[in-house]
Design a protein around this ligand. Structure first.
Ligand code: GDP
Ligand code: MG
Length: 172
């Protein structure tokens, strides 16, 4: 990964942030039973506890950390019928947004619902359907984090002939 590009991962408790972090870094470790307790800087990724996104008390930390990163990964669990992001949440962080639907392999996954929830949370950006278990979508996220503008990410999403990546833009 290009050294200067770093991503912060935001999403609810148990959304699959830490498992996705491991998959992105190629760490083949057993799912940890230990909850992520604080900001966790691993290589070019900042993994965050679900509480950071769920509790406004932590927004200052999120904003401070956003100074150090180029991309934000908004994670939506495909098995969760709810979003923890307020509508337009991504507009509060002036960094490149990427949406990631996690657990696409799960028998209870509802991909369309998860994409729809991310579209409400994100103003614009690519949305990637992923599974840390099957590896689906992981390389697309790695590619996107190497890109340095929304325009490049849009071109990438539109040029990629894959069903697991779409580009979302809020129509004004
Ligand atoms: N089926 C499936 N389960 C997953 C996947 N990613 C994470 N999980 C499970 O979801 C639970 C929460 O994952 P974790 O990464 O700790 O979530 P976090 O709280 O957002 O960091 C764990 O039991 C994982 O094994 C996935 O791609 N597929
Ligand atoms: Mg975690």
């Amino acid at each position: 990964m290009q050294k200067k590009n770093r991503a912060m991962i935001l999403g609810g408790i148990d959304a699959g942030k830490t498992t996705l972090t491991d998959a992105l870094l190629g760490n083949d470790r057993k799912p940890s039973k230990v909850k992520t307790q604080s900001l966790n800087y691993v290589d070019w990724i900042v993994d965050t506890p679900g509480e950071y996104t769920e509790n406004p008390l932590h927004y200052r930390s999120i904003m401070a950390t956003s100074m150090e990163i180029t991309h934000v990964l908004f994670v939506q669990d495909a098995t969760n019928e709810k979003s923890i992001f307020a509508p337009g949440f991504s507009s509060g962080i002036n960094k490149l947004s990427i949406g990631a639907v996690t657990k696409a392999d799960h028998e209870n996954a509802d991909i369309d619902r998860a994409v729809w929830l991310l579209k409400k949370a994100m103003v614009s950006g690519p949305i990637v359907i992923t599974s840390a278990y099957t590896g689906q979508g992981i390389s697309s996220i790695l590619d996107l984090v190497r890109l340095n503008s929304m325009r490049e990410m849009k071109e990438y999403a539109e040029d990629t002939d894959a069903e697991h990546i779409i580009f979302h833009e809020t129509v004004r």
